[in-house]
Write a protein that binds this ligand. Structure first.
Ligand SMILES: Nc1ncnc2c1ncn2[C@@H]1O[C@H](COP(=O)(O)OP(=O)(O)OP(=O)(O)O)[C@@H](O)[C@H]1O
Length: 722
């Protein structure tokens, strides 16, 4: 009995192929990879929000066989497990009738889980059918995920996660590798498949243990003497380990080296029930940081997914394990922390208690697992049990806790960099506003063209806008990746985007006012025009010039006397002409010499409500905006005579211009709310920034929340890198 800690120098080196480490491709992976939409299906993670629980029954151990222990576990189906302590393998009752009636422990009990694996299940089956592949997929999507093994000492937790004790070095040809090695293989296979996409991935890993309530970095031996501190991060809303080494793993072998180093340094001891018993809880975290180009303008969106592999030390009855001295102290600490974990699980699984106080702080283990248990992550629990009658009460306990854990609901969120989320949402808002701006300009230009002003190209109009400088400034700052910008430049970029956003909003509001003014103006002109038409119906008009321009929904039309002679109002073709498209040229000159124009001008002078003042000049606000946009305000008075009849088509146009439609695309931005916990030091940024779903974050109709994460202190792990 005793503690073994292989204290080699705590550096993580890259394993070479001569050491027999296989590359990711050397291991054949048969697990099927489902899309997020498949999460509701078989094999593991059944519901995105609930903790997924699978149970593995190990075979009877040598010791148990020698003791003539019998099996009390029956795997009824892929999802059901039954405890039959009441019967012996030969079918006889285990106890006398009186005892079995009163002894609840000895009654048969059935439990249902996401998957159940019997004694014959291989490591490969565990990988393929427990839902690990889906957990990895979620981590790659940016979720924080956890796979943890729970159960009494000697129940097969380490065997399931890493393999049997004799497999001390990863061997690519071994079938005995546990879930961690297989998950690494799967992860790198997926990363390879993704190389063609726009997404780039960075893999990092850390490995810690909680030994006697002390947090030790298994990749940094100096922490054996000076344990690390668990801190609360307000930014990420979770606990993290200060100064934990996080190693960048460019290759599969790097990740294996981390695993090997950690396994070598973890505390292992022997006792009456297990020769290689874990004396600590270990957490191996693989960070999957993805960078996706979210827009063509160089905005990158990074997500921080991770997979925690948690190998808990098993609960032990110290009488059974014959623990003494150091091993006894270890056992007490293990049991205490597992008791807190059990208590947290039962609180969280009770709908009446889950919103109350959960005592995470009562142990380091629950502090570090808090996010996995009831936070924003996705969790797969592998409950390991012994089939032996001698472990009846421990097995029952494990199954009861596992059944409770199934009821715990998490709120999975994608973790992304708050600054990048902000930039992205601002970019999208700016793009929407720009589109809206161009749309409005087009509509106003349409009116302008109906008044026969020389057309300016749209680009020229845009360039003359008040936002030109801001837009250009925005474009210039798009080029570098945001994450690469120094803080002050990033701040400037944010500032310029916000400015641009504000300017565009203001300009759009001005354009709306202008448009409204013009429409009011035209309505008035239409009314006067109708009166004018009634007037001229009674009088013959002599004209030698084209006199009017119409804008019909089908395009511009013109009235032109065919022979320059007089047109009788009674026989005037006006009503027909108004509907006709067959007329030829368009007059650009509506001269005051024209009696009709004169009449219109006269009426205009009589009625300031028409939008023109007595001298035919536009109201100040409108003319200022027209001048700014390159209209000639004085000419506008003239052009009004041709503009007026165009109001008919503009009425139609207005119907299509109702604000909800114009803003339609912006409204879509509110489809998805981000719970963005990003508060810059001085200026509080709107937390509910809208962000259209960049891709299929979640298959269900309910959209996921996207929570921002402090880049400085990732939840659970953070700190130095080497
Ligand atoms: N499914 C299995 N098939 C074959 N052997 C197994 C299986 N599960 C466990 N074992 C063996 O049983 C022994 C105890 O398993 P293991 O060390 O994994 O238990 P544990 O739950 O991690 O215990 P502890 O909590 O004490 O660390 C090991 O020798 C292991 O190889």
């Amino acid at each position: 009995m005793g503690l073994t800690r292989n204290g080699k120098k705590g550096s993580v080196r890259r394993a070479t192929s001569s050491e027999g480490f296989g590359s990711a491709s050397t291991y054949s992976n048969t697990s099927s990879f489902g899309s997020l939409a498949d999460l509701g299906n078989d094999n593991g993670v059944d519901d995105l929000g609930n903790i997924s629980v699978v149970v593995r029954v190990r075979p009877l151990s040598e010791r148990e066989i020698q003791r003539n222990d019998d099996t009390i576990i029956q795997v009824v189906s892929h999802e059901q497990i039954m405890m039959r302590p009441d019967v012996r393998p030969n079918g006889q009752s285990a106890l006398s009738g009186a005892q079995s009636t009163f002894n609840q422990t000895l009654t048969a009990k059935t439990f249902t889980f996401n998957s159940v694996f019997d004694q014959t299940a291989t490591q490969s089956e565990m990988m393929d059918k427990s839902g690990v592949a889906k957990v990895i997929a979620m981590a790659m999507e940016g979720y924080s995920t956890t796979i943890f093994c729970y159960g009494q000492t000697g129940s097969g937790k380490t065997h399931t996660l890493t393999g049997p004790p004799h497999l001390d070095k990863p061997n690519p040809f071994s079938e005995e590798h546990g879930l961690i090695y297989r998950a690494f293989v799967h992860l790198f296979d997926r990363l390879k498949e993704n190389t063609k996409s726009d997404c780039t991935y960075i893999i990092k890993a850390s490995f810690l243990e909680i030994y006697n309530e002390k947090v030790i970095d298994l990749l940094n031996l100096s922490t054996f003497k000076k344990p690390l501190q668990v801190r609360w991060s307000r930014a990420s809303g979770g606990f993290y380990v200060e100064n934990l080494f996080t190693v960048e793993c460019e290759e599969f072998d790097d990740l294996l080296a981390v695993l090997e180093e950690g396994m070598r340094n973890r505390a292992v001891g022997s006792h009456g029930m297990n020769d290689y018993s874990s004396r600590s809880h270990t957490i191996l975290t693989v960070h999957v940081i993805s960078e996706l180009q979210a827009s063509e303008e160089g905005v990158y969106l990074s997500r921080h997914g991770k997979i925690n592999f948690v190998d808990l030390a098993g609960s032990e009855m110290t009488k059974k394990t014959n623990s003494q001295g150091k091993t006894l102290e270890e056992a007490n600490n293990i049991n205490k922390s597992l008791m807190v974990l059990g208590y947290c699980i039962s609180q969280l699984s009770d709908p009446r208690k889950r919103n109350g106080h959960i005592p995470y702080r009562d142990s380091k283990l629950t502090q570090l697992l808090s996010d996995s248990l009831a936070g924003n992550g996705i969790t797969l629990m592998v409950a390991c049990v012994s089939p032996a009658r001698s472990n009846l009460s421990e097995t029952l306990n494990t199954l009861r806790y596992a059944a409770r854990a199934k009821h715990i609901r998490n709120k999975p969120v994608v973790v992304m960099d708050p600054r990048e989320a902000l930039i992205l949402s601002l970019k999208r808002a700016v793009m929407a506003l720009q589109e809206e701006n161009v749309h409005l300009r087009n509509l106003i230009d349409l009116e302008k063209s109906s008044s026969q002003q020389p057309e300016r190209p749209l680009t020229a109009v845009i360039r003359s806008s008040s936002t030109e400088q801001v837009l250009l400034a925005g474009a210039a700052t798009d080029t570098p990746r945001f994450s690469e910008l120094p803080a002050h430049e990033a701040h400037q970029l944010l500032h310029s985007l916000l400015q641009e956003n504000r300017a565009l909003r203001k300009e759009n509001a001005d354009l709306y006012s202008l448009r409204e003014a013009l429409l009011r103006q035209q309505e008035a002109v239409t009314k006067h025009n109708e009166r004018l038409i009634k007037q001229i119906e009674g009088k013959p008009i002599r004209t030698s010039q084209p006199i009017m321009t119409f804008l019909s929904p089908d395009g511009p039309s013109k009235i032109e006397p065919t022979n320059g002679g007089s047109v009788s109002a009674r026989t005037s073709p006006l009503p027909q002409l108004k509907r006709s498209n067959s007329l030829t040229s368009i007059s650009g000159r509506s001269s005051l010499a024209n009696p009709l124009s004169q009449s219109v001008t006269l009426l205009n002078q009589q009625s300031p409500t028409m939008g023109l003042n007595g001298t035919g000049i536009l109201p100040m606000a409108v003319s200022r905006e027209m001048t700014k946009r390159g209209f000639n305000a004085s000419k506008s008075a003239d052009s009004r005579t041709s503009n007026d009849i165009a109001s008919e088509s503009l009425d139609n146009d207005r119907a299509s211009l109702s604000p909800p439609q114009v803003y339609g695309h912006r409204k879509k931005l509110t489809d998805l709310k981000i719970d963005l916990n990003f508060v810059p030091k001085k200026n509080k940024v709107n937390k509910n920034i809208s962000l259209p779903s960049p891709n299929k974050i979640r298959a269900s109709s309910e959209q996921p929340r996207i929570r921002a994460m402090s880049t400085g202190t990732p939840n659970g792990t953070a700190g130095r890198e080497y």
